[in-house]
Design a protein around this ligand. Structure first.
Ligand SMILES: C[S@@+](CC[C@H](N)C(=O)[O-])C[C@H]1O[C@@H](n2cnc3c(N)ncnc32)[C@H](O)[C@@H]1O
Length: 210
């Protein structure tokens, strides 16, 4: 077990699901469900499971997350404190890996993708859902101004955590867009899609070669 208390996620854990609904106008569950439908049946690793607010539609789920306060709220029975960069599982042990809204928080995307590759069975696929900026420069500018105002404001009103939601605004600029981030990896980049107002929600499907 490698649990920690992250000051940001510890502070917002209790209100996390509610704030997500507000910020996405109730859409984020739909985006996750779309990602889940791209996965095969069987065992699935929920990497960065947080509060466990995902419906895996009958699959056998194991959730990992490093933050105790988030993990404690998850109703999933099989869960462990761990980071994506060092997964406590044997090689080729999962039929699927799912990770929603986690990649901006990782210490190392490279190490996490390597670990996902290691724990997936040959031919199995992972789905990563995340938030990023729109590609169009004008929309990207509007989006940046919008998140600078809306995120801390909603964070203040619904979670009394404006600073933590300001961090979430800043973190949207930490990674390259998914169209660049995931290409040329050991996990084949198969498909991607964008959703949400301005296309700021993305999903990618990555497959481990046979
Ligand atoms: C925005 S929340 C998303 C939670 C959940 N996946 C969801 O869809 O609601 C991000 C989660 O990533 C976790 N996290 C942060 N660093 C991580 C790491 N290195 N490896 C795995 N999870 C991490 C946080 O503790 C937090 O629960």
């Amino acid at each position: 077990m490698s649990e920690v208390s992250d000051p940001i996620f510890a502070k917002i854990a209790a209100q996390y699901d509610r704030v997500n609904r507000v910020l996405s106008f109730g859409q984020e569950r739909k985006w996750r469900a779309f990602g889940i439908r791209q996965l095969s049946q069987g065992s699935v690793l929920d990497l960065g499971c947080g509060t466990g607010d995902t419906d895996f539609e009958g699959r056998t789920v194991i959730g990992i997350d490093p933050v105790i306060e988030m993990l404690a709220l998850s109703p999933v029975v099989a869960k462990a404190g761990a980071v994506g960069e060092a997964l406590p599982f044997r090689d080729a042990s999962f039929d699927a890996v799912f990770s929603a809204y986690v990649f901006r928080n990782l210490t190392s995307v490279d190490a996490t993708l390597e670990e996902m590759h290691r724990v997936l069975k040959p031919g199995a696929a992972a789905v990563v859902i995340g938030l990023s900026r729109p590609i169009n420069p004008v929309l990207r500018f509007i989006h940046r101004v919008g998140t600078a105002i809306v995120l801390p404001l909603v964070g203040l009103v619904f979670a009394r955590a404006p600073k933590e939601y300001w961090y979430l605004h800043k973190s949207l600029d930490t990674l390259p867009p998914p169209e660049r981030l995931f290409v040329g990896r050991r996990l084949d980049y198969e498909t991607h899609w964008r959703n949400g107002v301005f296309g700021f929600v993305y999903g990618v499907r990555l497959r481990k070669p046979e």
